[in-house]
Ligand binder design. Structure first.
Ligand code: NAD
Ligand code: ISE
Length: 336
């Protein structure tokens, strides 16, 4: 059975995902789209040549009879409302990160999903599907590095739009690392601290940038992440794991080494689209096939919640300048 998908939010990633579903992946089609900016929804349909209905509201799209699954790709603060509505309507829902911008919001989603009695939600933590991160995880799981002692990481974007404000460095940007490291280490966070450097002149007035996030896990692994969202030069994701027996680096994206005019150079990607293209394909194809089979297996609402619990502590630490505890409740049996 082809899974009929409705897309809420036809901005950058809404269009990217719609394109991959239409042109690259199998077993799904886009039948409905919605965006607060209706012109944009119509424009996306035209650009991709979709045979899809435009709905004036996300709510109407979710309730449409011919929609089997919903893709939520609107702004982060709007995700909770749409995911809750999709659960209520009994639709599978793939929600881009963050699941909700607070742990409280994620808790409401888990409560609704548990009340529905089956997993309906997958969160867009695509790094779990990235080849490089899987090389890191395989070597750590095989014990090749011994105990992981430290992780040094960086998440750099060339620029961010005017609507990007300081807490978004946590729940829109760092949220990827918050999920990735608990998955890599099979551990949870114990505390978080944030230190701001001198502000870059390239950041607009509402965002303090860059910043250094320091995390400690319950087993005592120390993690530092530089979040720098106006670095100008490119989209650059770095991760080095320091273990008792060795050190492993996340592979750089493959690129041509050019020797020219007295210089040796490699291109640096400018945004997230190409950097994680294969991972996006794998995660969404997995979601489609799991929805067909009636059993979701990808990152769950619990994963969205766990990252948000740590995210809340980081936002608090941005404001307080103190080390903030992260207290993670027990995982409900439903999510084991
Ligand atoms: P964007 O601004 O390009 O697109 C968002 C779209 O949502 C816009 O068209 C906007 O009009 C629409 N929108 C806003 N509020 C809405 C509402 N209430 N109802 C319906 N539509 C609404 O942003 P984007 O870069 O595409 O990001 C969208 C989401 O995807 C964010 O949560 C972001 O964090 C996530 N994202 C994830 C990745 C990733 O690597 N996994 C990459 C990019 C974006
Ligand atoms: C964007 O929303 C993403 O999710 C990208 O993966 C991320 O790296 C970038 O910082 C965000 O703006």
């Amino acid at each position: 059975m082809t899974i009929r998908i409705g897309v809420i939010g036809t901005g950058m990633i809404g269009e990217e995902h719609s394109r991959r579903i239409t042109k690259t992946l199998t077993d799904a089609e886009i039948v409905a789209v919605s965006d607060v900016n209706l012109d944009q929804a119509h424009a996306m349909i035209d650009r991709l040549g979709l045979d899809a209905t435009v709905y004036e509201t996300g709510q109407a799209l979710i309730e449409a009879d011919n929609v089997d699954a919903v893709l939520v790709t609107s702004w982060g603060q709007t995700h909770e409302e749409y995911v809750l509505a999709a659960i209520k309507a009994g639709r599978y829902v793939f929600c881009e990160k963050p699941l909700a911008t607070t742990a409280e919001g994620c808790q409401r989603i888990m409560d609704a999903e548990m009340a529905a009695g089956r997993r309906l939600v997958q969160v867009g933590f695509m790094r779990r599907y990235d080849h490089g991160y899987n090389l890191l995880k395989d070597t750590m799981d095989a014990g090749n590095l011994g105990q992981a002692l430290m992780i040094h990481a960086a998440h750099r974007n060339p620029t961010v739009p005017e609507r990007y404000v300081t807490p978004m460095a946590i729940h829109d940007t760092l949220i990827h690392e918050l999920d990735t490291f608990r998955w890599l280490l099979d551990d949870e966070y114990a505390s978080a601290q944030v230190a701001f450097s001198q502000k870059t002149r390239h950041a607009h007035s509402e965002v303090r940038d860059p910043q250094l996030v320091l995390l400690e896990t319950t087993r005592g692994t120390r993690i530092d992440v530089e979040v720098f969202v106006n670095c100008q030069y490119g989209y650059d994701i770095q991760c080095t794991v320091v273990g008792e027996e060795g050190i492993a680096h996340l592979p750089e994206p493959q690129s041509l080494t050019l020797r020219q005019a007295g210089k040796r150079s490699n291109e640096i990607l400018q945004d997230w689209k190409k950097r994680f293209d294969d991972a996006f394909n794998t995660e969404l194809q997995g979601f489609i096939h799991d929805a067909q089979a009636g059993a979701l297996k990808g990152p769950s609402s619990w994963d969205g919640f766990a990252a948000a619990v740590a995210g809340d502590a980081c936002v608090k630490a941005q404001e307080s300048g103190q080390v903030e505890p992260v207290s993670m409740p027990d995982r409900p049996d439903f999510y084991r």
